[in-house]
Design a protein around this ligand. Sequence first.
Ligand SMILES: [Zn+2]
Length: 178
Amino acid sequence: MVAAKKSARKTSQDGQTGAKKVAAKKSTADEPSTPVSTARTAAPADPGDLAVRTGEDPWTAEEAEEARDALTAEADRLRAEITASEEALTGLMRDSGDGAGDDQADTGTKNVTREHEMALASNAREMLYQTERALQRLEAGTYGLCENCGQPIGKARMQVFPRATLCVDCKQKQERRF
Ligand SMILES: [Zn+2]
């Protein structure tokens, strides 16, 4: 009686383990780390297929690699900057908690510093977002296409501004609106 119960429980446990194993195998085969949009091609997009303007030479593998390296380094730098900013803010918040002895000038200075830190962190987060998007577009093969009009931004411009998402025309139109 006891043995039968044990064996029944064992069977059901085995059944669960088996189901988990199947699920794990399936997700490994699907390469979950690869974004859905690029899942069809195992390798990154061919640099020669990246958009250029009329008269520009196609991207070489080296140039695409340079852009990727620049963007990766930029993303690392921004992540470090955000972390430093967050740590500074944590310190400022903590200090403001026991600021009973501060005179008004002190408190004012701390508020300015805090606002400055918050602006820096927010700016860095925005740039990090753009940098990560640019890296994704590089992998997907849509790097160098204007997100507004869909025309090539131009290799020369991308090499100066690796994060660019707009062609010169659309960028100027956007700036005029502000
Ligand atoms: Zn455009």
